[in-house]
Write a protein that binds this ligand. Structure first.
Ligand code: MLT
Ligand code: MN
Ligand code: ZN
Length: 310
């Protein structure tokens, strides 16, 4: 199984178009120790030919052009794409809006929870993906399914599971109290398995808390890609970027006694990679003490173009 990190940044990317925070200013001027990043997406393949997108970011066109395996193949037909399916983990702009890049009458399948598929069906712009070409399939929770492309079985099984989180920002209903009308499954994690090699990894780009249920699920895993949005819960507030904490945004932080570094410390996960990293996060500075703290705890900081073979 081959995995490519297409985009390792959170919503907004790195640098973010309107942001002059220290990290964004430093990466924009090419300071050493900083690397630009596009928005949150992975690609996975069981055979190196047929690919599945895990989330479709607004930067997808750029990501495809930076990744020859995902572009139209010279050996193929006049119109061809190795992208056979896309699986969505929530309704966030950074995770679904890239679907619009995949118009032009190319067949593929879109998988998502019922709630995420309802976002697609209630926004008419997604009709640009012609329903005769692009089938939408609902993913149930805790039920492994064989991923299918237009030409059949893609050699991967995927199991969606609910993780603590929050409904997408633009769907927040402030009349519904502290959870803004979030329902179970608004944010999912994915367990992806290649049955032929019996290799498995987890993809959890948005998560508010590593609770007992999630800990039990991922304990001893070979590889987990995990929500690396913020280092400290109030880092965006302290930097004057916005008044929201990570908890308010549905994201666990890396540091602290209730952070992901501490939560994973006893889980025995062999390889742990942060993705969905916000531009405010000090780990984006390769020379920062926070970067060292994460790496000393065994974490890798995901980057665009990172490839892992399982
Ligand atoms: C998030 O991950 O919290 C969202 O992508 C935020 C947003 O939609 O801007
Ligand atoms: Mn996001
Ligand atoms: Zn910034």
């Amino acid at each position: 199984m081959l995995i490519k990190v297409l985009g390792s940044a959170a919503g907004g990317g790195f640098p973010q178009w309107n942001c002059n925070c220290r990290n964004c200013a430093d990466v924009r001027r090419g300071a050493s120790g900083f690397t630009a990043r596009t928005q949150s997406s992975l690609a996975v393949s069981s055979n190196g030919r047929d690919w599945v997108l895990l989330n479709a970011s607004p930067d997808l066109r750029q990501q495809i052009n930076a990744t020859p395996a995902l572009g139209s193949q010279a050996s193929g037909e006049l119109r061809n794409s190795p992208i056979k399916a896309a699986v969505l983990t929530n309704g966030d702009v950074d995770h679904i809006s890239g679907l619009i890049n995949l118009r032009e009458m190319q067949p593929f399948l879109v998988y998502g929870s019922g709630r995420v598929l309802s976002v697609l069906s209630s926004n008419s712009i997604f009709k640009i993906l012609n329903a005769e070409m692009v089938q939408r399939r609902e993913l149930g929770l805790d039920a492994p399914v064989q991923l299918m492309g237009p030409g059949g079985d893609l050699g991967l099984t995927i199991e969606a599971f609910a993780v603590p989180g929050k409904v997408a920002l633009y769907l927040e209903d402030t009349s519904k109290g502290a959870d803004f009308g979030t329902v179970e499954g608004d944010t999912i994690g994915l367990k992806i398995t290649a049955p032929e090699s019996d290799k498995t990894f987890y993809y959890i780009p948005g998560c508010a808390d590593v609770d007992a249920r999630l800990s039990d699920r991922i304990r001893g895993a070979a590889l987990v890609f995990f929500d690396g949005t913020l280092f400290t819960d109030d880092e965006m507030v302290k930097a004057g970027l916005m008044p929201k904490t990570g908890k308010r945004m549905g994201h666990i932080s890396m540091s602290g006694s209730d952070g992901s570094i501490a939560a994973f410390a006893s889980l025995g996960v062999e390889r742990k990679v942060y993705v969905h990293i916000n531009n405010s996060n000090p780990v984006l500075d390769e020379n920062s003490p926070q970067r060292k703290e994460a790496e000393d705890a065994g974490w890798e900081i995901g980057y665009d173009g990172m490839e892992i073979s399982l």
